[in-house]
Design a protein around this ligand. Sequence first.
Ligand code: FAD
Length: 416
Amino acid sequence: MRYSGWRVIKEALTGHKGWTPAWSDPEPKDHYDIVIVGGGGHGLATAYYLAKEFGQARIAVLEKGWIGGGNVGRNTTIIRSNYLLDGNEPFYELSLKLWEGLEQDFNYNAMVSQRGILNLVHSDAQRDAARRRGNAMILNGSDAELLDTDGVRAMYPFFNFDNARFPIKGGLLHRRGGTVRHDAVAWGYARGADMRGVDIIQNCEVTGFRIEQGRVLGVETSRGYIGASKVGVAVAGSSSRVMEKAGMRLPIESHVLQAFVSEGLKPLIDGVITFGAGHFYVSQSDKGGLVFGGDIDMYNTYAQRGNLPVVEDVIESGMALIPALGRVRMLRGWGGIMDMSMDGSPFIDRTSVDGLYFNGGWCYGGFKATPASGFCYAHLLATGRPHEVATAYRLDRFRTGHMIDEKGQGAQPNLH
Ligand SMILES: Cc1cc2nc3c(=O)[nH]c(=O)nc-3n(C[C@H](O)[C@H](O)[C@H](O)COP(=O)(O)OP(=O)(O)OC[C@H]3O[C@@H](n4cnc5c(N)ncnc54)[C@H](O)[C@@H]3O)c2cc1C
């Protein structure tokens, strides 16, 4: 069934009796050509592009819970293409271009909203760094504008411009960045993949890999053994735990990242803002809630909830930037597990086991990467070669010395 305005009108006039489930609920088959482990944004996008762009068939996505229950449904919905390094920026620019056509491509309303992202700067050194980043973005086909204080004031007059400790000296504006309704992305890709014959199997946890003579033959699951010619893992925060079952130790640590939403307010913030002097970023959802977050909790964990010190840190930073926030009531907070890599950049690569592929290490920036990650992973699975914008995302890059350390923090995952 294609969705359209006419379809909505027709269904409204006929009692909404014609809607069919957006994806089916098949029993697992004995064998697939390609099994994707993990029904998050990346796994579902991979299956979608495998079927749509790379002509692959007999594909299954195995999800231990329900699709959209992981980080794809827990993030703060921000998309952007404002990276500095050559290993990253062409990849994220491809992703943003795919976002720009995504709703028409998969025929689903994902509420893609290019409302602009403003990264504030509070010192001369930060302004220099922002200028350098902006130039790198433009060289890679993205967009960037450097604003001075008056330019920022014209957009957001309610910032605390007179705070002597954190003076606002301008900002880097990326107009094509914005937000996308996160769970609609999972649903849209799931529906698109299902329409092209992909089996989306929920409540099916992968508990092990069957590997013989260095080649993967299939996966053990909570619903029995499923054979596969190729297996692509895309389990985000569970990466280390799942790949351990194939005998691999990854350059990844798991940390929790929290986010928060306030009560619904009248329109106040029409873009995405990041504070440059503390850990705080904010946008306003279409329901009116302020959606905001900050840094990860600094310890390793698989618990999907965080602790109060980070709540305090985020709110404190928010108050320093927007004092009026003190009158807003916070509605709820939640957490998701981040697969933090040693250099803050991801992996899309084959592994030492034939037929077993890995996609992960997305840290807290993997939502914006969803379309390009799916596309490039599908390219790798279908052709055996990395896509040209994802050649740097190798698992052996720490051994060969080709780190992609966007923040220049060194091998400390919690700082990226
Ligand atoms: C609070 C928060 C805010 C964030 N904000 C942003 C943001 O604004 N912008 C941005 O770009 N990124 C953001 N991120 C990061 C982004 O959400 C993640 O990097 C991205 O969603 C990870 O990819 P995914 O969607 O495939 O992950 P997930 O949705 O987590 O998918 C992985 C799936 O694998 C499944 N799985 C795990 N183990 C198994 C198994 N053994 N068998 C079968 N299935 C398994 C899980 O159940 C899960 O559904 C944020 C994350 C959080 C938590």
